[in-house]
Design a protein around this ligand. Structure first.
Ligand code: NAD
Length: 355
């Protein structure tokens, strides 16, 4: 395997690997490890070019630094990508990826991401110990989705306080887009708390399940932005907050699990603020999964009660973001960046003081 280090300004360590024997072409990017080793998932994607893959891994690694910094997981930000479509999976390919990860000596720790599932990570684990997100039976923390949902639920409550002055969800109408692995358990918690649910999903079975099990109403996927509601919970894909959708929203709060919700962070963050809508920044509210996985690395290993305690703290993390936005007159997205940067500075100062 040929490993080539790449100099990227602002990044701690980036490398490209090519292994002709297995067909592996991959990148690992470690953005920042001030707060701890860089943990972020492994993505497998048929990028149109290596340049596109490199761009993606850098963007995702940086995003993980901010997500973990706000959540104070004790981790830094990193990510890896394999440049191939999912049909190219083989045990040998993942073993080669494991050997590549191992050369980072624990600076980068991997987990699941798009197109990379537990069986793939089991192959990776044969070549390196720097793997999280394995099944409970193997000492891992298991499926992160219910934990992400729990974090989103406390996040909806924090957003409700900011928007309505109370976290009482009784009678509040929530338009939830994408009741999937995260969206469905979130929908369950919302209904238990007394919210009225309206769902939309391109997968009809997921809609039927919400109607049958939760008494939800439903609308066509494209109509979710027009629903008369108090809260919009995007739990499907990214970029659903854009020029077309923001003017249509009736909600006073946006709080959901999807990654990269704002098509343009600056422009659409500002449009939402101008409309007086409370926006719970995606990487703050959806950090439950990464928090859960981070607990695998604690001395003594994973403990669910500790995970829940930390996930429930997303409520306070969001309150701090909302307060910063109010005090500084900035968007909540910008406030989240400011909170992340302050936490990183604090960790750097604490490290310097102990040297
Ligand atoms: P999922 O695929 O299980 O659920 C997504 C749902 O959205 C599916 O039911 C899908 O049919 C639906 N959907 C797709 N396109 C749609 C559209 N145009 N309109 C309506 N519905 C649509 O995925 P998930 O694991 O639940 O993740 C949901 C979101 O949360 C993603 O953006 C993911 O990146 C993010 N996220 C997930 C986790 C996690 O722990 N799974 C952690 C952090 C962030």
């Amino acid at each position: 395997m040929k490993i080539t280090p790449l100099e990227v300004p602002g990044y701690q360590k980036v490398a490209r690997a090519e292994d002709p024997a297995t067909g592996l072409v991959a990148f690992i990017a470690v953005h920042d490890t001030t707060m701890g080793p860089a943990l972020g998932g492994m993505r497998m994607w048929g990028y149109e070019s290596e340049e596109a893959a490199r761009f993606d891994v850098l963007r995702l690694a940086r995003g993980m630094t901010y997500k973990s910094a706000v959540a104070r997981t004790g981790l830094g930000g990193g990510k890896s990508v394999i440049v191939a479509t999912a049909d190219k999976k083989s045990p040998e390919l993942f073993a080669a990826m494991g050997r590549f990860i191992d050369t980072f000596n624990g600076l980068y720790i991997t987990a699941e991401d798009v197109n990379v599932d537990v069986p793939d990570l089991i192959e990776v684990r044969k070549a390196t110990k720097w793997v999280t997100g394995l099944p409970r039976e193997q000492g891992g923390s298991g499926n992160p989705s219910p934990y992400t949902a729990r974090g989103c639920f406390v996040g909806v409550r924090a957003a409700a306080i900011e928007a309505f002055g109370s976290d009482d969800l009784k009678g509040k109408r929530v338009a939830l887009q994408g009741p999937g692995h995260v969206g469905f358990p979130l929908a369950q918690m919302l209904v238990e708390a007394g919210a009225k649910l309206v769902v939309a999903d391109v997968n009809a079975a997921n809609v039927e399940r919400c109607k049958k099990e939760l008494g939800a109403e439903s609308v066509a996927p494209a109509a979710i932005y027009d629903v008369d509601c108090d809260i919009y919970a995007p739990c499907a894909l990214g970029a659903t907050l854009n020029d077309d959708t923001i003017p249509r929203l009736k909600a006073k709060a946006i709080a959901g699990a999807a990654n990269n919700q704002l098509l343009d962070e600056k422009k659409h963050g500002a449009m939402i603020a101008e409309r007086g809508i409370v926006y719970a920044p995606d990487y703050v509210i959806n950090a439950g999964g990464i928090i859960n996985v981070s607990l695998e690395l604690e001395p003594g290993g994973y403990r669910e009660e500790r995970a829940i305690e930390k996930i429930d703290n997303i409520f306070h993390a969001l309150q701090s973001v909302f307060a910063t936005a109010r005090e500084k007159g900035i968007t909540t997205h910008a406030a989240a960046q400011a909170v992340a940067e302050a936490n990183i500075r604090e960790a750097a100062a604490a490290k310097a003081a102990t040297v």
